[in-house]
Design a binder for this molecule. Structure first.
Ligand code: UT7
Length: 337
């Protein structure tokens, strides 16, 4: 009797999309008590893309999904998983609508909510579906119209968060082939859920108990404290993921971390002893795009040629929940456009 060979999720296509409207720091200074210098030195951000009136998360997700399917040379997936914090509506999930608009009406489709770690949680979910034989191909999209939940007058968040989408096609393959998703590390700490939250709009508010106006409808973040946890968890998750993959840290060719803040990225890379030339970053021109951050970064860097076949890539993310994660993969030969 022979055992069936293990099935792994393998990266087969990637794509990204940002809305055309680009907002510079200078533009933000016209309506917020901030400066270009503060934003650049404290966050590393110079500009970001934001949705125009009427554009929702699904619109970004469909564009990224189309590009990922094109990159994979396919127009089908057995399932669509959408990681987002900004669904089009509280109910139903946004993924079925995205699937239908991609010509995939009828397939399994659902949302994953893990804020800025959503792409890695989605990757774990999609990989699990493939490993279990539930799907042979999964389209995983991470999309956020994050600015729709940001208080435009809150200078502590309005200068950081932005909008965008990234997507990958995962297909069933072998664990030892290029593009196979490596061991996954995921964690959370709900004891600190108040550090990053949108307090209103959910069942806590609707079931009463406190006046509705006490619940804010906007996103808020305790930045300084969050910063500390971001550095700690992205560092330890990265260490664990590389250990599980059997990689010494020196073997990492490209380090892709959630684009939360340029200072956080440098602090994590420094702790991991990953030199600057191996770090990927697009925060300067795209800001923090929530769940979209990692696949947007990967798609752009692959297109620019900074990320190419054979590179050993370490991925990590951290965000509200708190929730964090890390994984590894050897970058496969992909078509990007
Ligand atoms: O994506 C999910 C995970 N997110 C993160 O991991 C983000 C983590 N946190 C951060 O990136 C940083 O904490 C921030 C960028 C949010 C803030 O940077 P910081 O260096 O931690 O600043 P701070 O919060 O300690 O504030 C320093 C000062 C304060 O003034 P005082 O109290 O020193 O007088 C703030 O009021 O900077 C002030 N400040 C600003 N000043 C000008 C806060 N925001 C601004 C602003 N412009 N936009």
């Amino acid at each position: 009797m022979t055992a069936a060979p293990p099935r792994s999720a393998v990266l087969a296509g990637i794509g990204a999309y940002v809305p055309p409207n680009r907002v510079t720091n200078a533009e933000l200074t016209t309506r917020l008590d901030t400066t270009d210098e503060w934003i650049r030195t404290r966050t590393g951000i110079a500009a970001r893309h934001v949705v125009g009136p009427g554009t929702a998360t699904s619109d970004l997700a469909v564009e990224a999904g189309l590009r990922a399917l094109k990159s994979a040379g396919d127009d089908h997936a057995d399932a669509v998983v959408l990681a987002t914090t900004t669904p089009d509506r509280p109910c139903p999930a946004t993924a079925p609508d995205v699937a239908a608009r991609l010509g995939l009406r009828g397939v399994a489709a659902f949302d994953v909510a893990a804020v800025c770690s959503g792409f890695l949680y989605g990757l774990a979910t999609a990989s699990g579906m493939i490993a279990a034989g539930l799907a042979d191909t999964v389209l995983l999209i991470a999309a956020d119209a994050f600015t729709t939940i940001i208080d435009p007058e809150d200078r502590t968040t309005a200068v950081i968060f932005a909008d965008g989408a990234g997507a990958v096609v995962l297909r069933a393959g072998r664990p030892d082939e290029p593009g196979a998703i490596g061991p996954m590390v995921l964690g959370s700490d709900g004891g600190l859920s108040d550090l990053i939250e949108v307090p209103g709009g959910g069942s806590r508010e609707r079931s009463g108990g406190r006046p509705a106006e006490e619940y804010g409808r906007y996103f808020r973040m305790a930045g300084r404290e969050t910063y500390r946890h971001a550095v700690e968890h992205m560092t330890s998750a990265s260490q664990r993921a590389t250990e599980l993959a059997g990689w010494p840290m020196a073997a990492v060719d490209r380090f892709a971390a959630h684009q939360a803040n340029a200072r956080i990225l440098s602090a994590v890379a420094e702790r991991l002893e990953i030199p600057a030339e191996r770090q990927l970053s697009n925060i300067e021109n795209y800001g923090n795009t929530g769940a979209a951050s990692l696949p947007l970064l990967l798609a752009q860097e692959a297109q620019r040629g900074r990320l190419s076949a054979g590179h050993r890539v370490l991925l990590t993310a951290f965000g509200g929940g708190l929730a964090w994660g890390a994984t590894t993969l050897s970058w496969p030969q992909l078509t990007t456009s």
